[in-house]
Design a protein around this ligand. Structure first.
Ligand code: NAD
Length: 446
């Protein structure tokens, strides 16, 4: 196992599971609560850098938590009631920005956590946005295209007065895609007072034919690989000879795999909600992505062997890319992993207890707010193009993305050196520094 270049003095400790702010704000007492865990990492960083107390409490809670319940007619003529969310965490640096998750098991605390992470991510990569997130409690796989269209349009109508191109700009996340974003933009166009102007900028991740940006679909995966290419030489790895495994082979996982493979790296193992696959000789990410788009999952792919969960996690690779859901790398998974670097493509995939195990074992963790920030960065480019009636070419998008990721990585590296902390704490410190400056000059009014 490798030892990291800059061993952390302030490593993740069990004390992060508790903090006076949790009691002050009445947080859930369950230490497995995702929101508590996510905010806990920020509070740890805030303590290390001596952030003022008022900022800790302001950032520990979202500004607005919107919940809507709306009826939709199904194909069989029956009505069903759906629950939707939009959480607006913070807008000190710009309009709220963040994806919409369509998942049968999405809860308010998940959405709050993801909105919080967006505030931190946007600040870290230097895009002029705050953080937001939303979702609908729905399993898109269980609905016809017609039902999904009615669900998405009705949800848009329900939150139309709480979003807007200069106020809150949704985007895709787990279970949502470019077609859904097109329906949101189209619905918003009809409902908003700015209908005749430039309403498509209300949402990003749209199809390229309807105001989307080249490079947005692959952007999060591109950012994961750009981050890896910046960091791994420091720990003696070379992308041209790297091996890797991927958990979750949807948008983020498949694009991370395809782009890392283009750099010469070899994918040895992959998993999603349908199963686990392994092939020591390598699995072609392009071929597998084409298979998954036809079959809905990796199960049954003939050019790799089915394996168990244990075999998947224990598979020896240089880089492990979690790109599925939250809290999937807990203590048992962290004990099993046989890698040098975890590159968090997913949001909050590693629990604090899991991270303590990874740190003890000398495994470097590239935190989500840095590693998966490519998506929101190119969403920002899409929004800029919409607002200025431009269409950038792909080379420009990729170059600008790389510039943002490189600069953010430098800021994380600097914070790490200055405070002698792990990468996650350093990333939060770099994000908090920008937010703290904004609050300092803005003040709190009235
Ligand atoms: P997606 O819906 O395209 O893919 C999700 C993947 O996770 C699928 O392959 C699915 O099979 C897999 N999965 C779900 N449950 C699983 C389970 N129990 N075990 C194994 N695999 C499971 O979603 P996505 O857009 O790729 O998002 C993945 C992660 O990346 C999420 O955490 C999301 O918040 C984050 N993220 C996405 C973007 C983006 O631009 N799409 C940007 C930043 C962060």
């Amino acid at each position: 196992m490798t030892t990291v270049a800059n061993p952390a003095r302030h490593a993740v400790t069990a004390s992060q599971d508790t903090h006076p702010v949790f009691d002050e704000l009445g947080f859930p007492t369950d230490t497995n609560n995702l929101y508590r865990q996510t905010v806990g990492a920020m509070l740890h960083a805030a303590d290390v850098m001596s952030l003022p107390h008022y900022l800790k409490i302001v950032l520990a809670q979202p500004k607005n938590e919107i919940m809507v319940n709306f009826p939709v007619k199904m194909d069989d003529g029956q009505f069903r009631l759906f629950k939707g969310y939009r959480v607006q965490h913070n807008n000190a640096l710009g309009p709220y920005k963040g994806g919409l998750r369509f998942h049968h098991d999405v809860h308010l605390d998940d959405v709050k956590s993801l909105a919080f992470l967006m505030t931190m991510k946007c600040s870290l990569v230097g895009v002029p946005y705050g953080g937001g997130k939303g979702g609908i409690k729905v399993d898109p796989r269980k609905h016809s295209s017609g039902e999904m269209e009615r669900i998405v349009r009705r949800f848009t109508a329900a939150i139309a007065h709480q979003i807007g191109p200069d106020y809150d700009i949704p985007a895709p996340d787990v279970g949502s895609n470019a077609q859904h974003m097109a329906w949101i933009a189209d619905t918003y166009t009809f409902l908003s007072e700015i209908g005749g102007h430039n309403p498509t900028a209300v949402v990003t991740g749209k199809p390229v034919e309807y105001g989307g940006s080249l490079g947005r679909e692959k952007a999060t995966g591109q950012g994961v690989v750009d981050t890896l290419c910046e960091i791994i030489p420091e720990i003696g790895l070379n992308s041209a000879t790297c091996t890797f495994s991927v958990l979750g082979f949807g948008n983020v996982g498949s694009w991370s795999g395809k782009i890392f493979q283009d750099k010469g790296a070899k994918m040895i193992a992959v998993a999603d909600h349908t199963g686990f696959l392994i092939n020591e000789k390598g699995i072609d990410a392009n071929d597998l992505a084409a298979y998954v788009s036809q079959r809905g999952g990796v199960a049954g792919y003939a050019k790799a062997n089915k394996c168990t969960k244990e075999e998947f996690y224990k598979c020896k690779v240089d880089v492990f890319i979690p790109a599925a859901l939250e809290q999937m790398i807990q203590e048992p998974e962290a004990e099993m992993l046989n890698c040098k670097v975890v590159a968090e493509g997913a949001n909050a995939p590693t629990t604090p207890a899991g991270e303590r195990v990874l740190q003890r074992r000398g495994i470097e963790v590239l935190p989500a707010i840095l590693c998966n920030a490519g998506g929101v960065t190119v969403s920002y480019f899409e929004w800029v193009q919409n607002k200025t009636f431009q269409a950038w070419d792909l080379d420009n998008v990729d170059a600008q993305l790389n510039r943002h990721i490189t600069q953010a990585t430098t800021r994380v590296r600097d914070a790490r050196k200055k405070y002698k902390v792990d990468m996650r704490t350093a990333a939060y410190i770099a994000a908090l520094e920008r937010l703290a400056k904004a609050y300092e000059v803005r003040g709190i009014f009235p």
